[in-house]
Design a protein around this ligand. Structure first.
Ligand code: SF4
Length: 458
């Protein structure tokens, strides 16, 4: 069976090889961020093979088409540079597809040969009223999360201006989350009556309804005109230290708009922090409907505690997700045993250990690692088995090899449907996750119980 041959013992220093990475290419995140802007055409400055892979990856997660154009490098462009290809591509894209903005990102190839997007785009004629933004996303560094943050920051850097006339709007950068999560965050903002711009916003894009009519640019997404006014925004909230904070920082540096970075609002404490931030910003007390949701979540956590308490869990995926999932598992009385991400930077290990300490666990009570891979996590699980896996579909082979229940959460989920329609963030998101975790553990109890012990009432 697949992965049965994974050796038990880890190599102390394995630097030259990644096996089953906990991440994917930077451009995947750059395309996802660009598709969260209405009328944007993501453009991959590289070869056709790269963009085919990136589009396919997004399509398989969302079960929706993900469009993007390409500079279509061949041998000539690879040797002499892709400036001419980009010039032709931009002209053709505006002529054929009439986007409001072309959002260009680089790939390994265009970065390696030293293509300079700043110089290229300065030399390209852009039709009146149209815009071009760009960012650097070579995949030999970072991950889809840093690609997402680079493109989000790119929109701000190239479009946002300060006129001196305040808009009184809040910028919310939601992180690399599903459309259902963005809808959930927007619902809270609406409950507080806050005027906001969400950038990027893929709700109404990757969860647009079937109408029978093809829309090249679906109704959702942040408007270019709104992004242009972000320099006059009142404040920014960046949800996610990896996916969102860099863009908040760019707006602070370029237009002096203050920002607060928070973790993704996954679980009770992280959602509390987000709701309190909205209260502080709006000066409006927490609406009763939100208090009620929180109370329902706490009630359900108490009801299910007997099944989750002391269950050992391995958590992997994107760092902003993993932080939130770790804290929610601790809130449910579970025992995080192995925690990993493939994305570098951001003081991942320190942040996880701070969460462990906050919940009364020793900071070294579990194995925590950034820039790790599923091969190493599998080895750890073989050494000390866990009761549940929490993470993307990439955990699937370990789940099968070790016969451990897997709760799919995060990105990518390639082998299941509809997940992107159910939020993970907010109190309701935590309720969905709680149900999924409890179901997985109780299904396991049913499967493993003797005939005489199979209960209808549990
Ligand atoms: S060459 Fe680089 S950008 Fe292209 S698919 Fe491979 S890792 Fe991704």
């Amino acid at each position: 069976m697949m992965l049965d041959a994974t050796p038990r013992d880890t190599v102390a220093e394995r630097r030259a090889l990644v096996a089953n990475p906990c991440k994917t290419c930077q451009p995947v995140g750059a395309i996802y961020a660009a598709l969260g802007v209405h009328g944007a055409m993501p453009h991959s400055h590289g070869s056709q093979g790269c963009v085919s892979f990136h589009r396919m990856f997004l399509t398989r997660h969302f079960k929706e088409p993900a469009m993007a154009s390409t500079s279509a490098f061949t041998e000539g462009a690879s040797v002499f540079g892709g400036g001419a290809n980009l010039k032709t591509a931009v002209r053709n894209i505006f002529d054929l597809y009439d986007p409001a903005v072309i959002a260009i990102h680089t790939t390994c190839l265009s970065e390696t040969i030293g293509d300079d997007l700043h110089a290229f785009t300065s030399d390209i004629e852009i039709p009146p009223g149209k815009r071009v933004v760009y960012c650097s996303t070579p995949s030999y560094q970072g991950s889809h999360i840093t690609g997402f943050s680079a493109m989000t920051a790119g929109f701000i850097e190239h479009l946002a201006e300060k006129s001196g006339e305040p808009t009184g709007r809040l910028l919310v950068i939601p992180g690399f989350v599903n459309p259902a999560d963005m809808r959930q965050v927007k619902r809270y903002l609406d409950d507080f009556g806050i005027d906001y711009t969400m950038l990027p916003d893929t709700s109404g894009v990757f969860d647009a309804p079937m109408t029978g009519k093809f829309e090249l640019y679906p109704a959702g997404g942040a408007r270019v005109a709104e992004i242009a006014r972000l320099g006059d925004a009142a404040y920014s909230l960046a949800l996610g230290y990896w996916a969102s904070e860099p863009a908040g920082n760019v707006l602070k540096r370029s237009c002096d708009v203050d920002y607060q970075a928070l973790g993704l609002p996954i679980g009770v404490s992280a959602t509390d922090e987000f709701i309190l931030a909205l209260t502080r910003y709006s000066k409006i007390p927490v609406p009763p409907s939100i208090e009620e949701e929180r109370g329902q979540l706490i009630d359900c956590m108490l009801d299910t505690h007997q099944y989750l308490d002391k269950q050992r869990v391995a958590i992997a995926g994107d760092p902003d997700h993993v932080l939130g999932l770790t804290e929610f598992c601790l809130e449910c009385g579970m025992v995080p045993a192995f925690i990993g991400t493939g994305t570098p930077g951001g003081h991942f290990e320190e942040r996880v250990r701070a969460i462990l300490t906050k919940h009364g666990r020793k900071p070294d009570s579990c194995w925590v690692k950034a820039e790790t891979d599923y091969f190493e996590i599998h080895q750890r699980i073989i050494q000390e088995p866990v009761d549940m896996l929490l993470g993307p579909s990439l955990f699937k082979q370990i789940a099968r090899a070790e016969d451990i229940p897997l709760v799919r959460v995060g990105f990518p989920i390639l082998d299941r449907y509809l997940h992107s329609y159910f939020p993970l963030v907010g109190y309701q998101g935590a309720l969905h996750l709680l149900k999924a975790m409890c179901d997985a553990l109780m299904d396991r109890l049913d499967r493993d119980s003797a005939d005489a012990d199979l209960e209808f009432v549990m």
